[in-house]
Design a protein around this ligand. Structure first.
Ligand code: ADP
Ligand code: MG
Length: 333
């Protein structure tokens, strides 16, 4: 079989259904579909599939953590549009050995996070699976009509910003992988922090809502595959813009720096390429920076760091301070 990339496949699907998308509806290509309602608000819809061995390793993640993470990755896509998450649908395909206790713990973890945002589980589907565990969550949310923050709104001259820190989840995954291969991972506070960032990510809902209220915020998405490929989506969706990113400005946690020193891991590579940070990547007019920082502080959420700027259409994406092949994010296939 020809090795067709994930995004090429999505592009093919998108092309072949484009003529069926109603006027005014945003379909394939953003973190959520955006469907205008008569009420004047827009409905946001997202769905994510988690496959054992691809998206998570067993026993590397507990049932409760997996329930949390299944909710988190979808809630994060609603946050990425500046929306409010509302209701969820859960489909699971369970191989042998996953009994009622496993399901109870999974649902408890799912509810622990979903409950914080008032997200109710309203339906789903359940099947047996011949081999691996599959989890699919669909999340519905809403935002003020026409106010969804899309990937396509970036403009030349915009500052590129990101909430929180990058690379922690990637380091957490390395620790999970080490544990799965039988290596003893130190029970340090640093390891616990990084494992938590990987297994129980915090979707940036309050931050997304705060940013959606600021006119100078032009585009946004969440960081699922690593900014090396996620930023590309913003540039492509915004008409083939370029960007200059200062890799020395990437926000890195003390815990990431510590483990990278200990294990000789490259912190910048984890921050750019590993993904699953579920932070918000967004672009703003330079004069909006003060309002952005003030709104994030008022929301009690993660602060934002400026990591670069958007350049004219046709200019390249430059990773300043990065040597060798351009960094690449996670991709299936
Ligand atoms: P995210 O990482 O934000 O969840 P993805 O990279 O998974 O986004 O998907 C990008 C876009 O492609 C989204 O709009 C998603 O809905 C759409 N998409 C992905 N796979 C399919 C598919 N099999 N059929 C239709 N749309 C898809
Ligand atoms: Mg996303």
């Amino acid at each position: 079989m020809k090795n067709t990339g994930e995004f090429e496949l999505i592009g093919r699907i998108s092309e072949s259904v484009r003529d069926s998308v109603p006027e005014g509806v945003t379909g394939i290509g953003d973190d959520c579909a955006v469907i205008p309602q008569q009420s004047g608000r827009d409905t946001l819809v997202t769905t994510d599939l988690l496959v054992e061995g691809r998206h998570f390793l067993l026993p590397g993640i507990s049932p409760g953590e997996l329930g949390w993470k299944s909710a988190a990755v979808n809630i994060s896509d609603i946050a990425a549009m500046g929306g409010r998450p509302e209701s969820a649908f859960l489909s699971i395909a369970l191989p042998g050995g996953f009994g009622p206790e496993w399901v109870d713990e999974f649902i408890a973890g799912f509810r622990e996070l979903a409950g914080r945002f008032g997200v109710a589980l309203l339906g789903g589907d359940t099947s047996a699976s011949p081999d691996k565990l599959f989890i699919n969550v669909t999340l519905l949310g809403s935002c003020e009509g026409g106010k969804a923050l899309k990937r396509s709104g970036a403009r030349p001259g915009d500052l590129v910003c990101v909430t929180g820190t990058l690379g922690d989840s990637g380091a957490g995954l390395r620790l999970v992988t080490e544990q799965a291969s039988g290596a003893a991972t130190a029970e340090s506070g640093t390891a616990r922090y990084l494992l938590r960032r990987h297994c129980k990510p915090e979707p940036r809902v309050a931050e997304g809502l705060a940013l959606a209220g600021i006119p100078g915020v032009h585009s946004m998405m969440d960081v699922s595959d690593g900014i090396a490929s996620d930023l590309r989506h913003i540039l492509d969706a915004s008409g083939g813009l370029g960007a200059e990113i200062e890799t020395g400005s990437l926000p890195l946690s003390g815990e990431l720096l510590e483990i990278c020193r200990e294990r000789c891991w490259e912190a910048a590579r984890l921050a750019l390429c590993a993904g699953e940070d579920y932070e918000l990547l967004f672009t703003i007019a330079p004069e909006a920076l003060g309002s952005v920082q003030a709104a994030l502080e008022a929301a009690g959420g993660a602060v934002a760091t400026v990591i670069g700027r958007i350049t004219e259409a046709g200019t390249p994406l430059c990773w300043k301070g990065w040597e060798g092949e351009p960094p690449r994010g996670f991709t299936h296939f």
